[in-house]
Design a protein around this ligand. Sequence first.
Ligand SMILES: Cc1ncc(COP(=O)(O)O)c(C=O)c1O
Length: 351
Amino acid sequence: MVREADGLIDLRSDTVTKPTPAMRRAMAEAEVGDDVLGDDPTVQRLEALAAQRVGKEAGLFVPSGVMANLVCLMTLTGRNEEVILGDQSHLYTAEVGGLGIFGNVFLHVLPNLPDGTIPLERLQGAIRDAIYTPKTRVISLENTHNRCSGAVLPMDYIQQVATLARARGVYLHLDGARIFNAAVALGVDAAEIARPFEVVNFCFSKGLCAPVGSIVCGGAAFIQEARRTRRMLGGGMRQAGVLAAAALVALNEMIDRLAEDHEHARILAEGLANITGVHIDPARVQTNIVIFELDPATGWTSATLLSALKARGVLLSLSGTRLRAVTHYGITRADIDHALRVIQQTLTQRP
Ligand SMILES: Cc1ncc(COP(=O)(O)O)c(C=O)c1O
């Protein structure tokens, strides 16, 4: 891994990762065709492998995680229907309400608990099918859960939601942008996590380091219909094999090393817990996302600390009003130790 010339420790997101040397080589050599016409062999290989990894029949390569969520949920829903989702979900907090706007779908929002779940009894009471309400068509979960400190949803919880959904004739969708972080944290195959869901999407361009791309996976008939939705959203790409080639390297080479990111996040969270003025429960940090708050007595706000740290070469981001650090490929143990020192030193000063 080549350290950036600017020497910054960039913990804003795992999306800042750049393609690895193996990805760049694969991109340069990729065999391509027109994927909208169904001619790109590299995209086809990627779609088959990705679907296999999450135990589904077929896959569909799309440009982004946001579009993957849109394609899944617009394909599953029709007019007068709704999707139940959490108030902390990426879909609800960070996708401009696109599902409501482009999809004409009602967003039925329920509170997430800090562990990323939505209580089962809330889901039970929320599903509806009356003449005067939208009809519930999908429940959408997120795993790992970005705004809930990268929480991994418990497998028995997912199973209970799936049983409920099946009994009530509702589809289950997974925004699995970071499903492999969940799989590595639990020590299970991603297919096991994905099994209870009819449709799943995940990203190549986060911790897996590919420059661009996400995938939608599900049954063959669903994917055929999803292809039409992707086209409508303008997500059909032509010689997309150049991008798929990097995503194939992501799937083949970049999953197991996520454990290292989780270890770095744990060290960061434990170090932060020892800094006066920082509020964090390190036990909440199960994967690569560390979210913390500042005690008002420090005189610092998240925003003022963010800019002071930036001036000292450590980049964090905001998650709502809290601070967020995400570990990823290229961030070393030494970087974590350095970031902790900088945060501690900065907090001992007045803003
Ligand atoms: C859980 C989750 N879903 C979807 C997305 C959207 O991905 P993108 O921004 O690459 O479109 C993100 C991005 O951070 C995410 O964290």
